[in-house]
Design a protein. Structure first.
Length: 100
């Protein structure tokens, strides 16, 4: 990402979608506090740059799709969707981390 982020952008539009799979807003924010793996997600939007973040919240891996927004001179993370990762995804991610 290469920028300093000052917070999160939450509103009715993204709160409900992010919590749809049982992940709390606090857990999503924890993912970013725990230095997640962040990867580009160019296939899901032509209108804005999207990213994927994989990280832990408490003891569970969480997958978050997000974009960055500029508001009042600040860069904010705007989560778009979030879900807990499946065991197979976790194993794959952990294997990739070992070889990088």
């Amino acid at each position: 990402m290469g920028c300093t982020v000052q917070g999160f952008e939450w509103d009715a539009g993204n709160r409900e979608k992010c919590q749809k799979h049982g992940v709390s807003l606090r857990e999503i924010e924890l993912v970013f506090q725990n230095t997640p793996g962040v990867y580009p997600d160019p296939t899901h939007s032509r209108e804005e740059t999207r990213f994927r973040a994989i990280g832990k919240a408490h003891s569970r891996y969480v997958f978050v799709v997000f974009t960055l927004r500029q508001r009042a001179g600040m860069t904010l993370i705007r989560p778009i969707s979030a879900r807990y990762m499946h065991e197979q995804e976790i194993r794959h991610y952990e294997q990739q981390q070992k070889t990088s």
